[in-house]
Design a protein around this ligand. Structure first.
Ligand code: GCW
Length: 711
């Protein structure tokens, strides 16, 4: 074969391989799949705007992918054209949108169908580039989900000003509670090598309105603030900046001592204070739009102000003062539980007296529940309790306690339940959404954080459906009143879009997503049970777990308290009295088993096995039926998915199918482990209609997965 011929074959193979890779359905493109095959009912005659600007180019490139042709750039509006611009654009100005746009702020936007001199124009407008970019992504979402029309009238602004991912990524490339491979941040290669994934990451986040990211684990290494690492951080910040994503860092409170060589890290020591002031200046010289610090202090063995007899206020304010001249903020975590009382009460007890004492650039970051990202928790009573200090919810996108990257669990319904929960702090209707987004307290800073589930896996999150959780976090952070149904609907259409998906299978996939959280709760820990996981890795069941010498509140028995008399944690006024941390009427409701919602029953009450449930069943029977229901639901999901085989591309179909098989096996494992173990106390039969256990308790007790973690 002549060389020329060989070369062209090689070239052909290369092009084909590249094309295949670009369009491979491996999940790499997330929800940003602007496939050509789908008719979206949207035709533009051309586009007006600032060519070369990110919003303009993002639209052009997506349009190209959707239609296979470039959208013609126009000089003047023609019928059916698209206009993208800020108030600097004369035509936009001529529409008289200025007042409305200003009210929406820099991140807000308008998408509107306007008739101008007999011409229909679709306008995307904002006062700033940030808003314009979000507007463009929103228009693309409208087109992708087949909602485009000649009558568009959308005006949006975000619920929270800081919408932030928390990466629990370590500098050695591992990810704490990460189930999608190693960290996407390649610290060893930075700043010399910039992974192309950083930009894809930035685009994906911006497309759902995320505007901030904490790059490193809250269990922070002081090294991240070293001169060497700050150069690496700067390199990442430079890639994220065009997408309006600001970089933040988690810091170790002992940094002045460990990194700076000072004899102490006492927040009232003047050299320590100066160290932070200098460090902040050094950072802002490199990264002028640096966001600020996230701090986990005096929690799970990490250092903090209490090591020096100081308080959270002393610690947070010292760091806030260093950041203040540069416009930075401190996100100070309330995930603290020094032993001494019911763990569910500790954060509230530690923070309640500090209300109003923090600087105005401090925000307290509170996990959705009072314990720790359990499959279901009532909300943390700190929401609504601090009235003069802004609070931000911390949600966990990574599924530490929810099947990790093996189980299909759409988390949006759980977050919706939290954001919509009424705290009653300001009378009826004081939902967590309103308490945190500034509606009720008018706080200057508002923020919401999600612990990232992103890793270097091709599909980013380890499970195709886990992408929906990243997506949902962004969408809820943008608009905390969206429903899970709206979010799931958008996500499915964008992620699995094929001409066929618009039919009944679509509805069942949607239903599967919407019920999946309840299902996981049912087969793991229904009726308010919590923290009955295996030691350390938190994947499977281990309600019997006992580690000599371990902190009692790291062990399942502390939480389920199962004995012959019954099961559950008594947090009533006669027990630990955690109920009293809630406002009336919640505290009375939670205190009374007859009024307490079933989903929180064993969170607040220790009840006898024969306790009569609202359904009429005994507690034991109800528990058995609920575990069984969880298993049945997963089996149903397998059927739903298999039925969709010809609608979904082969690779993603097969990958989800095999994960569902694992989930079904795990659900049975959970059901058998919990029922067989609790049966040793209830001494009652598993109702006979229910599927019999397939495992043996002694065998289950021997299972030790090799998944390492510290607690
Ligand atoms: O959920 C627990 C996790 C720890 C985590 C900690 C925290 C980063 O098991 O892995 O540490 O919470 O939120 O600080």
């Amino acid at each position: 074969m002549c060389l020329k011929y060989k070369k062209s074959i090689f070239l052909c193979c290369f092009v084909l391989a590249t094309l295949f890779r670009l369009n491979a359905e491996d999940g790499n493109r997330l929800w940003l799949r602007f496939n050509q095959t789908v008719n979206r009912n949207c035709h533009f005659s051309g586009i007006l705007g600032q060519s070369g600007s990110l919003p303009f180019d993002e639209f052009q490139s997506a349009w190209n992918d959707m239609n296979g042709t470039e959208l013609v750039a126009l000089k003047t509006a023609t019928d059916n054209s698209l206009l993208i611009g800020t108030l600097k654009d004369k035509t936009i100005k001529s529409f008289g949108l200025s007042k409305e746009l200003k009210a929406l702020g820099k991140e807000g936007f308008i998408i509107r169908s306007i008739n101008k001199n007999g011409k229909r124009i679709t306008v995307v407008a904002s006062i700033a580039d940030n808003g314009l970019l979000y507007g463009v992504y929103h228009l693309l979402r409208i087109i992708q989900t087949n909602r485009f029309s000649d009558n568009l009238d959308v005006a949006e602004k975000p619920s929270y000003s800081v919408r932030i991912l928390n990466h629990w990524d370590n500098l050695d490339g591992t990810v704490e509670r990460g189930y999608a491979g190693r960290s996407i941040w390649k610290w060893d290669e930075l700043p010399a090598v910039i992974s192309p994934r950083y930009k894809v990451y930035a685009r994906a986040n911006a497309s759902i309105g995320i505007n901030a990211t904490v790059l490193n684990n809250v269990n922070a290494s002081p090294k991240v603030l070293s001169v060497e690492y700050l150069q690496k951080v700067k390199a990442i910040a430079d890639v994220l900046r065009p997408f309006h994503i600001r970089v933040y860092l988690s810091i170790n409170f002992s940094s002045p001592k460990i990194l700076g060589g000072l004899p102490t890290s006492d927040p009232l020591d003047k050299n320590v204070r100066k160290w932070w002031v200098d460090k902040a200046s050094e950072i802002y010289k490199l990264i002028p739009d640096f966001g600020g610090f996230l701090v986990k202090a005096n929690s799970e063995g990490l250092p903090g102000p209490m090591d020096y007899g100081r308080t959270h206020v002393d610690g947070a304010n010292m760091i806030a003062d260093a950041l203040k001249p540069h416009g930075g903020i401190v996100m100070w975590r309330a995930f603290v539980y020094e032993p001494g009382d019911d763990r569910a009460k500790l954060a509230y007890k530690e923070f309640i007296n500090f209300d109003g004492q923090f600087r105005d650039n401090v925000i307290i970051q509170v996990k959705n529940g009072p314990i720790d990202f359990q499959p279901r928790e009532p909300f943390s009573p700190l929401f609504g309790a601090l009235k003069k200090t802004p609070i931000m919810p911390e949600l966990q996108i990574t599924q530490e306690y929810l099947g990790q990257s093996n189980h299909l669990v759409f988390l949006s319904p759980m977050w919706e339940e939290c954001l919509d929960a009424d705290t009653y702090c300001n009378g009826h209707g004081s939902t967590i959404g309103k308490v945190t987004d500034g509606t009720i307290f008018g706080n200057k800073i508002s923020a919401i954080a999600g612990v990232s589930n992103i890793g270097e896996d091709t599909n980013w999150c380890g499970h195709h459906f886990a992408q929906a959780n990243w997506y949902a976090f962004g969408r809820l952070a943008w608009n905390n009143t969206l429903t899970s149904e709206e979010i799931a609907d958008e996500w499915i259409q964008q992620t699995f879009q094929t001409p066929q998906i618009q039919n009944t299978e679509f509805e069942t996939i949607l239903k599967m997503m919407l019920t999946s959280h309840q299902t996981a709760v049912d087969y793991m820990m229904p009726l308010g049970l919590h923290h009955i996981f295996a030691w350390s890795h938190h994947y499977g069941p281990e309600p019997w777990c006992d580690i000599p010498g371990a902190r009692p509140d790291w062990l399942p028995k502390y939480y389920h308290n199962a004995n012959e008399a019954g099961i559950g944690f008594d947090r009533t006024t006669k027990g630990s009295d955690a109920v009293s941390q809630y406002y009336t009427p919640l505290k009375e409701q939670f205190n009374d088993p007859a009024l307490c919602p079933d989903k929180y029953l064993l969170w607040f009450h220790h009840l006898s096995w024969d306790y009569k449930m609202k359904s009429g069943k005994t507690l034991w029977d109800e528990m058995c039926y609920t575990y069984d229901e969880g298993v049945k639901e997963v089996r149903e999901y397998q059927k739903i998915w298999d039925k969709a085989e010809n609608l979904i591309d082969a690779q993603r179909f097969a990958e989800v199918q095999s994960k569902l098989r694992i989930q079904a096996r795990d659900a049975v494992w959970w059901k058998d482990a919990c029922l067989l173990y609790f049966q040793t106390f209830s001494k009652q039969p598993i109702p006979y209609e229910i599927e019999r256990p397939v495992h043996d308790l002694d065998e289950l007790k021997k299972i030790k997965l090799d998944l390492k973690h510290h607690n």
